[in-house]
Design a protein around this ligand. Structure first.
Ligand SMILES: [Zn+2]
Length: 204
């Protein structure tokens, strides 16, 4: 095997869900298809990496900062939906129900992987809430152990602020209802299930 082929295989194997066999199939596919088409993939990767930046307000990955959601005046800036990743934001957006804004954590609490709450940039979320006006923070983390731990960390960070979390306080903290099957991930949840979980969210 040539060094360049070995390099390609090494890169492909870094992709999620790609083992040695799949990497080989992909590599040979890329070698056999017309050169322009194989290079189109390389160009697409380059373009998306050059153009995509995290929104300095909410952390969502977009081609503009503030992102298209933060800069949309028709969206309620005082209801924040907290998600683990931008892909979860897309899952909620696809429902077409939510008209507030988001906060993308860019990760989750996963003690076994050494991911602690400190890595999540909760300060920027707390700052947004502390600026005032926020009525509700909806925790839309995944319905699994790590999603629960993440939701708890977010709640703790917010509860340190005045007026947050108490029943009479101005800022409600809610979590998606348990209609979401335990252990399930938001990005793969059916639209109906996710819609119901959002509608039936409850105070945390
Ligand atoms: Zn944004």
């Amino acid at each position: 095997m040539t060094p360049s082929m070995q390099r390609l295989l090494g890169e492909l194997r870094k992709l999620p869900g790609v083992g040695a066999k799949t990497a080989e199939r992909m590599a040979y596919f890329l070698l056999r298809e017309p050169k322009e088409e194989a290079l189109a993939l390389a160009e697409a990767i380059q373009e998306v990496r050059e153009k995509t930046i995290p929104c300095s307000t909410c952390g969502h990955l977009d081609e503009r900062d503030p992102c298209s959601i933060c800069s949309d005046p028709s969206r309620d800036p005082y209801v924040l939906c907290v998600v683990e990743e931008s892909r979860d934001l897309f899952a909620v957006e696809r429902l077409g129900e939510f008209r507030g804004r988001y906060h993308v954590l860019g990760g989750r609490v996963a003690p076994l992987l050494g991911k602690e709450a400190e890595d999540l940039g909760l300060d920027s979320l707390a700052r947004r809430v502390a600026e005032g006006g926020v009525r509700e923070v909806i925790l839309a983390t995944n319905a699994d152990v790590e999603g629960d731990a993440t939701a708890l960390s977010v709640r703790r960070a917010l509860e340190a602020l005045p007026g947050v979390g108490s029943a009479s306080g101005p800022v409600r903290v809610t979590r998606l209802a348990r209609g979401l099957p335990s252990g399930s991930q938001i990005e793969f949840a059916g639209a109906g299930v996710l819609k119901e979980a959002l509608a039936l969210r409850r105070d945390l």
